[in-house]
Design a protein around this ligand. Structure first.
Ligand code: ADP
Length: 173
């Protein structure tokens, strides 16, 4: 019944945890739209345009993902409005630890208030990525650590480019 699902998030940057969720969602839905947010309150490392570009680049080469079945869009305005506009009824979100729960519940409840026809579905993180977040990746990379097990090489390269510009050089995590 639900052919297209929208997977919204910051993806600043996209990690193997996100990619795993996209792969698993494709086993349930025909099409996934990765909707890249632009929240004014968040100081993103990568611009919305860069984040969209990086995800598209990865989807082209990543094994186990049928690129034809995934769209990547930059989100403008309300998520539920976007979901409505493409005739989808499903939002996918990931859950890692209990700490994700409260925020996700608030978000899902708000979205249901805005449009009761749209359902948020949660997928549990793959165990090996349960510790993984974009924030952790950015911190490790900023401090010169190896992020190769956490993000696609395309992301690792982009992070290197940013940090080699020497914006941050603090040594504590
Ligand atoms: P947001 O700022 O909207 O939380 P994120 O890019 O941090 O954006 O996360 C997008 C979604 O992906 C969220 O539902 C988050 O819980 C989920 N997610 C992030 N990292 C992982 C991971 N390692 N495993 C599973 N889900 C994850």
């Amino acid at each position: 019944m639900y052919k297209t699902a929208v997977y919204p998030g910051s993806f600043d940057p996209i990690t193997y945890g996100h990619l795993d969720l996209i792969k698993r969602s494709l086993c349930i839905f025909d099409r996934i739209v990765v909707a890249v947010a632009a929240n004014r309150k968040k100081p993103y490392l990568f611009s919305q345009e860069e984040r969209v570009k990086i995800i598209k680049k990865i989807l082209k080469v990543e094994e186990g993902i049928d690129e034809e079945r995934v769209d990547v869009v930059g989100l403008k305005g309300l998520l539920v409005k976007y979901v409505e506009s493409i005739d989808s009824k499903v939002i996918i979100r990931g859950l890692r630890a209990v700490s994700d729960f409260e925020y996700e519940l608030q978000l899902a409840t708000t979205n249901r208030m805005l449009n009761p026809d749209i359902e948020t579905i949660f997928m549990m993180t793959a165990e090996k990525y349960s510790f993984l977040s974009s924030t952790i990746v950015k911190e490790i990379s900023r401090l010169g650590g190896d992020v190769s097990g956490m993000v696609h090489p395309i992301v690792a390269d982009e992070l290197l480019k940013i940090h080699s510009r020497g914006e941050d050089n603090e040594n504590i995590m």
